[in-house]
Design a protein around this ligand. Structure first.
Ligand code: ADP
Length: 434
């Protein structure tokens, strides 16, 4: 029998709760796993991932709710029938007896063997195939205890593959592996999933690998499913902040586009800053991105405008979820957009004019900085390189810059600006423009 022989695997979990003693660990969990799924169970430490996997593997019995495999309650399956449907790759803890690698992998054949019968041809083939697939073949005569953690992990995977089930449950299968073996293991699972419709359900710590390889994610938080769906739907800034209490950026993987999670800081920094409202950034063409990212990391609330849709400042502002006024690509700033920008400026508490290239189409952005001064707002002008090198308006922009200076705008380098705009980290030391 191969993974393809038993078709139509389906697991339906409903209203599942579980406690260790009085500690409720899973509550009201519902999910469906269908044949050919590639599912990742993610969530912080202690959120119940391993417990859920053990329940799916029938190692633990739910206190409440049901787990139905192919139309039958899990607890009604005989141990051997179940072992022909589902194999578990538990976390490698280095315990157990000191068998030879080949013997360990051969243990995966137990659902197909009589009590005392020897291995048949099919068993031998399955064991050899599993060892080849996982790169264990050359280790086959080594003792388990002589192996590294990563090698042992692959042997445990080989044992599960030798079991030839249509579904594999894995508990953090990449945790002991170096990056090369991590990718190799996930690509192996992916190819078995593609070629043989092997259903894969794995607990994963690494969000970026989960995002890259899983088609469906269940995000657990304190024993409940906080979000589920494809990686793009689950791995967003709000979910990560709520569940991991970590501020992150989400960037598409350069190859393939799966969302990749880049941690920024341990928690959201709503920030006592020197300012009561957002800092408004005027930029374009990437001129504002460095200061935008740096102020964001420091916890400053930000807004931005007028930015051309699709340009790199626009993309950076979108990534950070800033309020922004945007204009169509390559179009001059229209009056209504300019007015919206002035609206954001009026709601801000300071304005930064980034070193943007100025042409007739975006001269209004420089005028907007003048409007901020009229409102009595502090205006910081980053003038490196100097406006003379960025002025494509026949000198009108340079005149406006001179006017800004005269009316009190602070001309600074980007580094000086960051020095000026410190956050209050609780020691009261905020510096502000005064
Ligand atoms: P995760 O895999 O997400 O880290 P677990 O399912 O291992 O979470 O654990 C969930 C919670 O249950 C944790 O608080 C953990 O301490 C507790 N727990 C896990 N196993 C046991 C056990 N055998 N006895 C008592 N509590 C346990």
């Amino acid at each position: 029998m191969t993974a393809g022989d038993l078709m139509g695997l389906k697991m339906i979990v409903n209203g599942l709760s579980f406690s260790y003693g009085s500690a409720l660990v899973l509550e009201g969990v519902a999910l469906t796993i269908a044949e050919g799924d590639f599912v990742g169970i993610i969530g912080p430490n202690g959120s119940g991932k391993s417990t859920l996997l053990k329940i799916l593997a029938a190692l633990l019995k739910p206190a409440q709710g049901s787990v139905i495999l192919d139309g039958r309650e899990l607890r009604r399956w005989s141990r051997l029938d179940l072992a022909r449907r589902i194999a578990l790759v538990a976390q490698e803890r280095g315990a157990g007896f000191n068998f030879l690698v080949e013997e360990v992998v051969a243990m995966g054949r137990y659902p197909y063997q009589g009590r005392f019968s020897a291995m048949g041809e099919a068993d031998r083939r399955a064991v050899e195939r599993a060892m080849h697939l996982t790169g264990c073949y050359q280790l086959r005569e080594r003792e388990l205890f002589s192996l590294s953690g990563g090698e042992r992990q692959r042997v445990i995977l080989a044992r599960a593959l030798a079991q030839e089930t249509p579904c594999l449950l894995l508990d953090e299968p990449t945790s002991f592996l170096d990056i090369g073996y991590q990718v190799e293991l996930l690509e192996l699972l992916q190819s078995l999933n593609n070629r043989e419709k092997l259903t894969v359900v794995m607990v994963m710590h690494d969000l970026n690998l989960a995002s890259r390889y899983c088609r469906k994610l269940f995000l657990l938080h304190q024993g409940k499913i906080h979000a589920c769906g494809d990686p793009a739907g689950v791995l967003n800034r709000e979910n990560i902040l709520a569940v991991y209490r970590t501020e992150v950026l989400i960037e598409p993987h350069p190859l393939g586009g799966s969302p990749q999670v880049i941690p920024i800081s341990a928690k959201n920094l709503p920030g006592k800053t020197a300012y009561s409202g957002p800092v408004h950034l005027i930029g374009g063409g990437g001129s504002a991105t460095p200061v935008m990212n740096e102020l964001f990391i420091k916890g400053f609330p930000l807004s931005a405008g007028v930015l051309s849709a699709g340009d790199s400042d626009w993309a950076a502002a979108r990534r950070l979820g800033l309020s922004m006024v945007e204009e169509a690509p390559f179009s001059p700033i229209r009056e209504d957009r300019h007015r919206d920008n002035l609206g954001l400026i009026e709601r801000s508490s300071a304005v930064v004019l980034a070193p943007l290239f100025v042409g007739p189409g975006n001269l209004l952005n420089v005028e907007a900085a003048g409007h901020a001064l009229k409102q009595g707002l502090p205006v910081f002008v980053i003038d490196e390189p100097s406006i003379a090198a960025r002025d494509f308006t026949g000198g009108r922009a340079s005149l406006l810059y001179a006017e800004l200076k005269e009316k009190g705008a602070v001309f600074v380098s980007r580094l000086d600006l960051l020095q000026l705009m410190k956050r209050d980290n609780g020691d009261g030391a905020i510096l502000s423009h005064s």
